[in-house]
Structures are given as C-alpha cells and as structure tokens.
Design a binder for this molecule. Structure first.
Ligand SMILES: CC(C)=CCC/C(C)=C/CC/C(C)=C/CC/C(C)=C/CC/C(C)=C/CC/C(C)=C/CC/C(C)=C/COP(=O)(O)OP(=O)(O)O
Ligand SMILES: O=P(O)(O)OC[C@@H](O)CO
Ligand SMILES: [Mg+2]
Length: 243
C-alpha cells in the first residue's frame, strides 16, 4: 500500500481545524485528486480529526493522516505520514517527539502504514516554521544538501519542500528535485490556480494544495487538471491511482 504515493501527482491537504461545508468537501473529494491528506500545524484534535475522516470516507479517494500531534492519531486512515523537520531549530521536531512516540506506543504502531517525510520548511512566517524554529534562510545549494541527506543517507521516501502560505522559489525547488534519486519531492505552498499549479508541477513529483481550498475553492479545483495535464496540456488518462 505504501507504494501508492509513487503515483500521486496532486494532493489536497485538509485542515481539521478549519470549517468546510459539505458541498465543498464533496467537490474536493470528487475532483480527481490522487489523495486527501488530513493535517495542520496546530489546533488538530482527536475529535476534529475523526469528524473530518468520517466525512471524507463517504468518498472513494485515498485518505491519509499527517501526524502533527500524538493526541490526534485516529485509526482508520489508509496511511500515516510522519513529518521529520530536517531544518528544525530544535531536535524535538527531527527526532525527539518521534522517539517518545515509539517509546509510548511502539506496541500498537502499524509500521506498514507509516511513511516518513523529510520536511524542508522555508516560509518563516508560517506557523510550522515558528513551532519548529526552522532555519528558513537556506539558499538552493543548502536546501539541496538537506534533500540529499534525506534521500541518500536517511533513505526517506519523501522530501517535502514546505512554503505553507506563500508561493515558493521554483528555482530552489527545481534544484532540490535535481538532487534526489529515490525520494519523491512533494511541494506545498501558495498553489491557488492553474498557472501556479503548472509551474510547481514542472519541478516536483507531487503538488500539495491546502489554503486555497478555503479561500478560493474554484481556483483550488482547477489545480487538479493543471497538474495532471502535464506540460503539453493533455490529460493523461492513466495518471493517478487508488488503493
Ligand atoms: C492507527 C494507529 C493506532 C496508529 C498509531 C500511530 C502512531 C502512534 C504513530 C506514532 C509514530 C510516530 C513516530 C509519530 C511521530 C509523532 C510526532 C508528533 C512527531 C512530530 C511531527 C512534527 C515534526 C510536527 C511539526 C509540525 C508539522 C511539520 C506538521 C506537518 C503538517 C503541516 C506543516 C501543516 C501545515 O499546516 P498549516 O496549518 O497549513 O500551517 P501554517 O499555518 O504553518 O501554514
Ligand atoms: O496551504 P498551502 O499554502 O497551499 O500549502 C500546502 C501545504 O504544503 C501546507 O502544509
Ligand atoms: Mg494551512
């Protein structure tokens, strides 16, 4: 099942702490996106997570939880994404919380459902940067070195360039992508319409769209087709997949 991530080109990230009416959730789940990722950097609780999971489960789209708080780990997701913040200013966000989680819950962890993600956090205004005290002042070369560390030394399946809340430097993203051999590159941050989606899709493996779902649903929905269409503009009927 973990293999499924290699077919993802587009992912919508839904925040359990934000309101989304039923019609909007339906449009997101039926949009043709490859997966729904549930997660946020704060305000995520067991109750708001299970509520959102139950609403998404009315649809067939794969649904994964990005774990940011142990108290909000809900059973029933297809996969559990485990963020490791490579450029965190405090080791808690790289290894500390993870080891404590394993110490506490190791006996019930469904390892075959866990996928680690090596985050490179680059927007210093984002909550995730503040919480993890991330060193966001990286140039392309240094970001590429973090990526190589994650890919070649740690063997992580995903490197995630995170600009949450703003559009990133696509030259830097492209440089990071060139440095990867085995890890997939996820890009997230400020993708809000077809044009920004196309530019990101050209320099990464998987485009993640979050905030736009809440601020401009129509623009967010257009990103699916833009990402899947590829550079020629033609939609690949074989792209995407299901569990
Ligand atoms: C089914 C079952 C019983 C499962 C048990 C599974 C289990 C207990 C597994 C534990 C395994 C494990 C090792 C867990 C790690 C625990 C943990 C809490 C690790 C820390 C994760 C971390 C580094 C969090 C920091 C924040 C972060 C990177 C969040 C990721 C999501 C993100 C960046 C969202 C952006 O959110 P947004 O709200 O948009 O933020 P901004 O405001 O910044 O834009
Ligand atoms: O919310 P946006 O800016 O789209 O970013 C998506 C995702 O990378 C957030 O973790
Ligand atoms: Mg967000």
């Amino acid at each position: 099942m973990k293999q499924i991530i290699t077919s993802w080109r587009h992912v919508f990230k839904l925040d359990p702490d934000r309101f989304l009416e039923d019609s909007a959730l339906e449009a997101v789940c039926l949009s043709g996106t490859d997966a729904i990722m549930v997660g946020g950097s704060d305000g995520v609780t067991y109750d708001n997570t299970i509520d959102l999971l139950m609403r998404i489960r009315r649809f067939e789209v794969p649904c994964v939880l990005e774990v940011s708080d142990l108290k909000a780990v809900v059973p029933g997701f297809d996969l559990y994404m485990i963020p490791i913040v490579l450029n965190a200013g405090h080791p808690d966000w790289f290894i500390g919380q993870h080891v404590r989680a394993i110490e506490q819950y190791g006996y019930i962890i469904p390892w075959e459902q866990l996928i680690p993600e090596g985050y490179i956090v680059l927007n210093q205004e984002a909550t995730v940067a503040r919480i993890t005290e991330a060193d966001t002042a990286l140039d392309s070369a240094l970001a590429g070195s973090y990526a190589q560390f994650a890919d070649k030394l740690l063997g992580l399946p995903i490197v995630y360039v995170e600009y949450s809340g703003k559009i990133g430097d696509m030259e830097l993203v492209s440089e990071v992508w060139r440095k990867l051999n085995n890890s997939r590159l996820f890009y997230g941050g400020g993708i809000a319409d077809a044009e920004s989606a196309r530019r990101a899709a050209a320099v990464c493996d998987t485009v993640v769209v979050g905030n736009a779902i809440y601020s401009d649903l129509q623009g967010a929905l257009e990103t699916v087709r833009a990402v899947k269409a590829g550079p020629s503009g033609a939609v690949d009927p074989l792209a995407g997949g299901s569990i």
